[in-house]
Design a protein around this ligand. Structure first.
Ligand code: NAG
Ligand code: CU
Length: 243
């Protein structure tokens, strides 16, 4: 991977594209939905401006697709990332090279998942930032799991349509403002549930600042010991019990 990074520096952006990636597939309760309900980005290039509406669902992601995946609150979903469109080979790293950083999943309740533009309220349902004990990043978890990150959809959410936003942030050049690379895909989901509690959320853009400690961060320095994910705290079961 060190070799790849050096080659990238010499050859420039054309070879960098090989290390870039997109979230593409969705699994619902262990069943592969492929890209049926994914608003696939037009390329595997990152978004770098946290103030752009592209930070919601990537470039072109305000526009819906026809497919909607049906899911059930309290059961699992998995988001799946790969470097190239449709290349699900587990022998290829999901996100390559030195693209280390957190993996997070947000959800937003919407009237119509195929029409929503992502301008509503987003709450965080999953995150894996950095485990200092074993020096594992969220992106390492993706690479070890054939691109997949599995999480449980909170059981207390109301039934209805949602956008599910998967995000990986590559921090290899994030010691400078604007150096973090954001890779997002939104999925269109219809949720069955007997729940009735919708968490408070945040706006995107809005929730991130270019200088947040989880966005402008030197992960290579000797001083780097722990990592703080950007955005709101992940919704916990305790959040719902309070209400
Ligand atoms: C490091 O620990 C986390 C749990 O916090 C685990 O998910 C991850 O797989 C571990 N990484 C390695 C390389 O063992
Ligand atoms: Cu990159």
């Amino acid at each position: 991977m060190k070799g790849l990074a050096i080659a990238s520096a010499i050859l420039g952006s054309a070879s960098m594209a090989a290390a870039h990636a997109t979230f593409q597939q969705l699994w619902v309760d262990g069943v592969d939905q492929d890209t049926k309900c994914a608003r696939l980005p037009p390329s595997n290039s990152p978004v770098t401006d946290v103030t752009s509406p592209n930070i919601r669902c990537n470039v072109g992601g305000a526009k819906g697709v026809s497919g909607v995946c049906e899911a059930t609150a309290g059961k699992t979903m998995a988001v799946e990332m790969h470097q190239q469109p449709g290349d699900r080979k587990c022998s290829t790293e999901a996100i390559g090279g030195n693209h280390f950083g957190p993996v997070m999943v947000y959800m937003s309740r919407v009237d119509d998942a195929a029409a929503a533009d992502g301008s509503g309220s987003w709450f965080k349902v999953d995150e894996f930032g950095y485990d200092a004990d074993n020096k594992t990043w969220g992106t390492d978890v993706l690479n070890a799991g054939c691109g997949k990150r599995t999480f449980t959809v909170p059981a207390h959410l109301p039934a209805g349509d949602y956008l599910v936003r998967a995000e990986a942030i590559a921090l290899h050049t994030a010691s400078q403002v604007g150096g973090a690379q954001f890779y997002m895909t939104c999925y269109q989901v219809k949720l069955s549930s007997s729940g009735s509690q919708l968490p408070d959320g945040v706006s995107l853009p809005g929730a991130y600042k270019a200088t947040d400690p989880g966005i402008k961060v030197d992960i290579w320095g000797n001083g780097f010991k722990s990592y703080e994910e950007p955005g709101p705290a992940k919704i916990a079961d305790s959040y719902f019990r309070r209400r």
